[in-house]
Design a protein around this ligand. Structure first.
Ligand SMILES: C[S@@+](CC[C@H](N)C(=O)[O-])C[C@H]1O[C@@H](n2cnc3c(N)ncnc32)[C@H](O)[C@@H]1O
Length: 187
């Protein structure tokens, strides 16, 4: 029997509410010491991504950047440093515990141009054409509705906006038991 979208979302929220720190394992794999400098320990030790999209997005001062599935905020915070006080970094997540952590991490850094918003990436709670760049790190693989997420990214981006994503791809067919296993859907 196939899992429903609601069951998968509940499982994802449960997983990311309980997720434990991985030490600096992920952070040191994908970020330079300079990039990690000054970030709160809780953002560094809860880095759960698969790359470093903020490094490759050619971010400019003054830009508005949306980080889809911001987790504890490692990329949102880096983005905020790059776009500076005239720009804005918006993190979006649907797990209340991750939202709480990211907000606490932004406050700990005294970042005023960071906003962490609550919502699903399949229905981004932002107006059309309101962001310059969308980044995402290890998140789009978690949705059953990838085309809808790409439609939403296109909708919120300004004309000429950019999208820079790090994620996992499946090359080929997944077996039924993997497709229907909650753990396989939660990353
Ligand atoms: C693997 S973690 C990556 C977190 C962060 N990008 C990083 O690199 O550390 C996935 C995050 O995406 C969030 N997430 C998963 N599915 C989501 C969805 N449909 N809408 C919004 N957030 C989602 C989870 O709550 C979790 O915080």
């Amino acid at each position: 029997m196939s899992l429903t979208e609601t069951e998968i979302k509940e499982s994802i929220i449960d997983t990311y509410t309980k997720v434990a720190s991985n030490g600096r394992l992920v952070a040191e794999r994908f970020y330079s010491p300079e990039e990690l400098q000054g970030l709160p320990t809780s953002a560094v030790e809860l880095a759960l991504g698969v790359g470093n999209p903020a490094r490759h997005a050619a971010l400019q001062r003054g830009e508005v950047v949306l980080d889809l599935g911001s987790g504890a905020g490692i990329d949102t915070l880096q983005t905020a440093r790059k776009v500076g006080p005239t720009g804005k970094a918006i993190g979006l997540d649907m797990t209340p515990e991750m939202i709480r952590r990211a907000r606490a991490n932004a406050n700990a850094m005294g970042m005023t141009k960071v906003e962490i918003i609550d919502g699903p990436m399949e229905a981004i709670p932002l107006p059309d054409a309101s962001v310059d760049v969308v980044i995402s790190n290890g998140v789009i693989n978690l949705t059953m509705r990838k085309s809808q997420v790409f439609r939403e990214i296109h909708r919120v981006l300004k004309l000429g906006g950019r999208f820079c994503v790090a994620d996992m791809l499946v090359n080929g067919e997944l077996p039924e038991d993997v497709l229907n296993h909650p753990t396989a859907w939660t990353g």
